[in-house]
Design a protein around this ligand. Sequence first.
Ligand code: PRT
Ligand code: ZN
Length: 294
Amino acid sequence: MEKLTIAIQKSGRLTEKTLKILSQCGLDFHIKKDVLFASCASYPAELMLVRDDDIPAYIANGTCDLGFVGENVLEEKVLKNNNYNLDIPIIKKMNYGKCRLSLAIPKEENYESIKDFEGKTIATSYPNILNDFLKSKEVNAKATMINGAVEITPKLNVADAICDIVSTGGTLKANGLKEVAQIYQSECVLVESPKSICDEKRKMIDQLLQRIEGVLSAQNTKYVMMNASKSKLEKIKQILPGAEEPSVMPLAHSSDKVAVHIVCKEEVFWQTMEQLKELGATSILVLPIEKYIQ
Ligand code: PRT
Ligand code: ZN
């Protein structure tokens, strides 16, 4: 029987969330310390645990069928580098590992426009994405490749500015830098090998993708229950945006009030619940949904 080989980051920012989603999809792996492969008892799949930078190459040459990787890494290693002369299809944006690639300069310096980078040296681990951006803006600047701790290079006089991944902005701040331009937005993506995949694997990929979609759409979906007056049903639907048609059930010993159950596709805030209460709703419950197939 065929097995899907899935590449994930061995140890880093994407590892935990990727393993959690796979587990929610019914794929639990037996991971042993310092071992490259992990097997799965519940699904014909094996994991390959590698550095994120290596995932695009394994996908490109067909060593792995699927890979979870930051879009920034994929873009830098494959798309912008024209490394493999291949198009690696993104089959799902995963909605985690979100970050941006930004230009930053020492905080005491003035900044007016991207033209300020003319003639400057910019330290980065993403020279291909950066050069592409500079070219599109017709700015001549030098991208210097630095593998780690890019943020300390201006202090060391190695570079005038940096181009690095930013998430909260805390690292820039701690190093006396300020973000002046965002050049790329990224999140974790699921990619598929462009090498030909047999029918059996194709079926498994489609099934896994459907499960992933079920898990991802459940993340933004809530199950809301309350008791309310029948006459307020329309207003309740307006308050809960993205709601489907509610299920309405009679309540024992009440002719006006009914039990209302609604699947709501957006965040339900305290404010929303307070609005429902103002409409006379009682016993309002908001529950998370684990899996959701429409
Ligand atoms: O060992 P390996 O090569 O596999 O891991 P790595 O060290 O290269 O990558 P890792 O684990 O740091 O990040 C993996 C992926 O997570 C990246 O490719 C991004 O797609 C995504 N990601 C999301 C981030 C961040 N957020 C992030 N904040 N990657 C890196 N950072 C770093 C950034 O480089 C900077 O040093 O965090 C710092 C900035 O964070 P803030 O919150 O202070 O702004
Ligand atoms: Zn890496």
